[in-house]
Design a protein around this ligand. Sequence first.
Ligand code: AMP
Length: 260
Amino acid sequence: MPKIFKNPAEMIAARNEWLGSGLTIGFVPTMGALHEGHEALIKQARSDNKIVVLSIFVNPTQFNQKEDFEKYPNTLENDIKIAESLGVDAVFTPQYHDIYPDNYRYVLAENEFSKKLCGKDRPGHFDGVLTIVMKLFNIVKPCKAYFGEKDFQQLELIKGMVSAFFMDLEIIPVAIVRESDGLAKSSRNVRLNADGRALAPKIYQIISNSKNTDLASEELTKAGFVVDYVTDIGNRRFVAVKTKLTHDGGEVRLIDNVKI
Ligand code: AMP
């Protein structure tokens, strides 16, 4: 059974003990509702480090839509079982007031890439991400931290933050884990109804096979998605779409990216 730490003071005491004994700490930050994508990060962390810390915190400051935050799945008991089965040493599950004693008065912002792609559709999203990740890094003090390429823009911004602030840890990218039909695994996929789930693999198929972003965008629209963006940057194609084919009729936003 992993140790469960509910507040920063407990987590800090444990990490001081581990670091004092010369143990390396690998860290996997998540918002819970764990699936095989998260599991890939945890497995990598398990094989690279003496100690593995998993955090589960649905970070309100990175949600720009109340509905998205309120409908975000919460499966903590099952998550802890998964953590146990993968040999996680500690699960850190703070509450808002523990981790934001400043009530988000202090914000870590990036002013270029964070305004593009998902940042355009979700103002303030990456400020919330960078701020929580900085807080978690300061609490856990990992040697290595693991992030999925599923959230490629997030991964790039976190690498940039670590470099800009001379932070003493390594960011390890982990490849996207997909369903057998190509859909990128995501905690939000459970919100899709049967029609939405049948449609969703088209995101990956279309961005992988279209000749250019305009055609991809057209095909996604024809398939029934509302397209936020399809953009090529370097050798990668990024996409974000929305659909209302959900169990509750609310909107869900899905992202993906592929090498081109
Ligand atoms: P989340 O819980 O959605 O904040 O994700 C936590 C971490 O898991 C992030 O680093 C994500 O990029 C990563 N992740 C989520 N889904 C996948 C996936 N399908 N493949 C690889 N990594 C993923």
